[in-house]
Design a protein around this ligand. Structure first.
Ligand SMILES: Cc1cc2nc3c(=O)[nH]c(=O)nc-3n(C[C@H](O)[C@H](O)[C@H](O)COP(=O)(O)O)c2cc1C
Length: 228
């Protein structure tokens, strides 16, 4: 496996949603986590507390617990609200375009609620992967301040880019944010830890159609104000 340069890693990473059922090799996982630890953070706080779960029984039970909760009509049960409460322009359109693009690729009709629900549940089946990082933060670090969330976001990207170096694919998950309290309990995490998100890591099924999906990005002129 040759080295990948940073720009290639950035461009080649995309969220994968179907994986082969095998965990990330321990040695590789450690290297990815070592790289993750080099993420810069304010005051070198290193606020991420990570559960790296490759135990199938644990992943199954966490996922089943959430799916059962949702099927029983349970509400979200979270530490932080990830998505906006109000979806305004242009974000709403971006969200819809991205979602529709994925469903179209998979040939899922917008009205096909059952299929869409299954795709949502796939998040909690870890898209078939067998290694998931659950990233927590100490609740006192986000009590009246948000900086640790910025740091933990940067951590997410470091992990996913480092994974590229070792041929490991990923999917970041805000779906788990929404059921963070249920997951934290199932993982027997201490009371002070708030689950922020998870990252699925593994070997993508490169024949899966959903894995060829890479939603477009805006032109930088839309997002950047140049002051020369
Ligand atoms: C914080 C965060 C949470 C996300 N949550 C989910 C998720 O729960 N399920 C999912 O399938 N994709 C999730 N995604 C993936 C995004 O949909 C994806 O990054 C975006 O559409 C851009 O596509 P790309 O990652 O393939 O470049 C998440 C991404 C981020 C950064």
């Amino acid at each position: 496996m040759g080295h990948i340069n940073v720009i290639d890693a950035i461009k080649e990473r995309s969220s994968k949603r179907k994986f082969h059922a095998r965990p990330v090799e321990k040695e590789v996982l450690n290297k990815i986590l070592e790289a993750g630890n080099m993420t810069p953070s304010g005051a070198n706080m290193q606020p991420w507390t990570v559960y790296a779960v490759s135990n199938k029984a644990v992943l199954d039970s966490v996922g089943e617990r959430v799916i059962t909760h949702i099927k029983d009509g349970g509400d979200v049960d979270q530490f932080i609200q990830y998505y906006p409460v109000k979806w305004i322009k242009p974000y709403k359109l971006r969200r819809i375009t991205t979602g529709v693009g994925l469903y179209d690729k998979l040939g899922v009709e917008r009205r096909d609620k059952e299929r869409r629900a299954e795709l949502w549940y796939d998040n909690f089946r870890w898209f078939g992967a067998q290694t998931v990082l659950f990233v927590f933060v100490d609740e006192t670090l986000i009590d009246g301040s948000q900086g640790a969330l910025i740091d933990c976001g940067a951590y997410m990207q470091t992990i996913m880019l480092a994974a590229q170096e070792y041929g490991i694919d990923s999917c970041p998950q805000g779906s788990t944010t929404e059921y963070g309290r249920i997951i934290a309990k199932e993982l027997k995490a201490p009371e002070n830890l708030a689950l922020l998100y998870s990252i699925v890591l593994g070997h993508e099924d490169d024949e899966a159609i959903q894995n060829s999906y890479q939603p477009d990005r805006e032109a930088i002129e839309e997002l950047v104000t140049f002051i020369d």
